[in-house]
Design a binder for this molecule. Structure first.
Ligand SMILES: *Cc1c(COP(=O)(O)O)cnc(C)c1O
Length: 389
């Protein structure tokens, strides 16, 4: 049985068109793109086109695109590059709601000689911009703010922040893994210096990422070795995946409209019906500025893990927070940063849709969720308390 997959912020299905374009590079076309012979050189020419496609999607120049192994590597590379090319500066600004790829590196740096400011958010997940601007100093090497949050879908005004940061001559990086293919962008007109994306969040395979580095940005490589990626990221190219990424870039340009109309309408229907049918439920995050595919709903007085297990019996896949926090019983750092009460944070489910979801699937989930929550609440001592208070 095919799952009803509503966990697209954790990973997405590889588009059939992407897979098809990749397959020859696992068999007949195995040449090394750096080789002098035509056999390898042909692969090199296809890589060049893939790079141009990705650049086209972002409004960037091909030479501003670096292929990496994942979103995490792109984030790490950006942060290390900014620190190593500004060695006299010992301060970094980021937020309290970043993906662990940035958050955990920030915490590591805070324990290893850097001063790290984690900018707070309000109850709706909106960033305290004034706090950020007041934290800028001559000692700041980098500001890294995610474009959209993977757990709640809340979108931050990164373009505005990037412009203010630029006035200080400070490097601005954004983890844009969740926004690519969902909102249009043109990095040529932007003040963003570095920008991370990940293939498996946009229907390309796992194990391929992109780091955009604006021309003229001071850069130091993270992986040193060969001359690949203009000497900025050594290691023989992951040819099949880069080609898949190029195909996915063209696909998401075509599907952005569907994301923002049909997928958005499906998400809105799912959310509206669940809130209507299930008492003591609420949406986490900014209701205005958010991704079209994501809704994070707190079902108070029940355990997210228990909800997921019962959903799983119907083949429904979702997440109780970010994929990286599920498995531990601590509420996610994002919901804690927003000050979501524990009784609500624990019962939060994130539904994240994609262009492959259908109205039938949404209707199925709308039908199955209320009895799941009701059943768990009947077993929950907190629910009775909740009803009284
Ligand atoms: C998934 C994700 C990442 C990590 O990407 P990987 O390719 O899995 O390393 C980073 N940031 C955000 C916002 C994500 O959603």
């Amino acid at each position: 049985m095919n799952p009803i997959y509503m966990d697209n912020n954790a990973t997405t299905r590889v588009a059939p068109e992407v897979l098809e374009e990749m397959l020859p590079y696992f068999s007949d076309l195995y040449g090394n793109p750096s080789s002098m012979h035509t056999f390898g050189g042909n692969v090199g020419s296809t890589l060049k086109k893939a790079r141009e496609n990705v650049a086209g999607l972002l409004g960037a120049l091909p030479e501003e695109i670096l292929f990496t192994s994942c979103g995490t590597e792109s984030d790490s590379t950006a942060i290390h590059a900014a620190l190593r090319s500004n060695p006299e500066k010992k301060h970094i600004i980021t937020t309290r709601v970043e993906h662990p790829a940035v958050k955990n590196l920030g915490e590591y740096l805070a324990n290893n000689g850097y001063r790290v400011t984690f900018v707070p958010v309000d109850r709706d997940g909106r960033l305290d911009e004034d706090f950020l601007y007041k934290s800028l100093s001559d000692d700041t090497a980098l500001v890294s703010v995610m474009w959209a949050n993977n757990e709640t879908g809340t979108i931050f005004p990164v373009e505005k922040i990037a412009r203010k940061v630029r006035e200080w001559g400070i490097v601005f990086h954004t983890d844009a893994v969740q926004v690519v293919g969902k909102i249009p962008m043109n990095l040529a007109d932007s003040a963003i210096d570095m920008f991370s994306l990940s293939g498996h969040k946009l229907h390309a395979p796992k194990g391929i990422g992109v780091l955009y580095v604006r021309k003229g940005t001071k850069f130091a490589p993270f992986l040193m070795g060969g001359h690949q990626e203009g000497g900025r990221r050594a290691g023989t190219e992951n040819t099949a995946s880069i080609i898949g990424m190029g195909r996915a870039a063209r696909l998401v340009v075509d599907s952005m409209e569907d994301e923002n109309t049909r997928v958005r309408a499906l998400r809105d229907k799912l959310e509206k019906e669940l809130l209507k049918r299930i008492p003591a439920s609420m949406v986490n995050g900014d209701p205005e500025n958010r991704l079209p595919n994501t809704t994070s709903i707190a079902f108070e007085y029940v355990e997210g893990e228990a909800i997921l297990l019962l959903m799983d019996q119907h083949g429904i896949c979702a997440s109780s927070g970010s994929a990286c926090t599920s498995g531990s019983l601590e509420p996610s750092h994002v919901l804690r940063a927003m000050g979501v009460p524990f009784t609500a944070a624990h019962g939060t489910i994130r539904y994240s849709l994609s262009i492959y979801n259908t109205e039938e699937e949404v209707d199925f989930v709308i039908e199955k969720m209320p009895p799941i929550i009701e059943r768990l609440r009947r077993m929950s001592p907190f629910w009775k308390e909740g009803q009284i208070s």
